[in-house]
Design a protein around this ligand. Structure first.
Ligand SMILES: [Zn+2]
Length: 159
């Protein structure tokens, strides 16, 4: 009986995990498509700048900086947005990148497994759409955490 109970629990855990994974993946796809469209706009801006420079050089004029500067600023804004979205994608995938060598690490990693650099702690991962789903599954997840209780050590190392 005990075995069957465990089996049932395992199955339901797997089911919940799959559900959570599915919503993470759709979130990831959404974020990635935003990144793609921003990157496309950046390339369009590069092309527009190139066109301006080309036409002016061809006409034997000095390249007018104003118009190009405006476009460059727009590119910078889009690149900032892209960087934020990419950070969100990593958070959804529960990974982070080492600031030193760029290798992908688990979001809870305290040190880089490749270069050994100490990693800044990521306090919270806010993904609004997943909040409800996560609280519903909190019961199952808590049971797992009690046994390991690794979160306690991390709090103590906070200083
Ligand atoms: Zn590293």
């Amino acid at each position: 009986m005990d075995f069957l109970n465990k089996l049932g629990k395992k199955a339901s855990e797997a089911y919940h995990a799959t559900k959570e994974k599915a919503s993470d993946i759709s979130e990831e796809i959404k974020l990635k498509s935003k990144v793609n469209s921003l990157e496309e706009k950046v390339y369009e801006l590069y092309a527009e700048i190139g066109e301006i420079v080309y036409q002016e050089v061809k006409a034997g004029k000095d390249v007018s900086k104003d118009e190009i500067t405006i476009k460059c600023e727009e590119i910078s804004r889009k690149k900032d947005e892209i960087a934020k979205l990419k950070a969100e994608i990593l958070a959804v995938k529960k990974i982070k990148k080492c600031e030193s060598c760029g290798v992908e690490l688990d979001i809870t990693a305290e040190f880089c497994s490749k270069c050994g650099k100490e990693q800044p702690k990521i306090e919270k991962v806010e993904i609004k759409e997943n909040v409800e789903a996560t609280t519903k599954e909190a019961e199952v997840i808590e049971v797992n955490n009690v046994e390991e209780d690794s979160s306690k050590d991390k709090e103590e190392n906070n200083d």
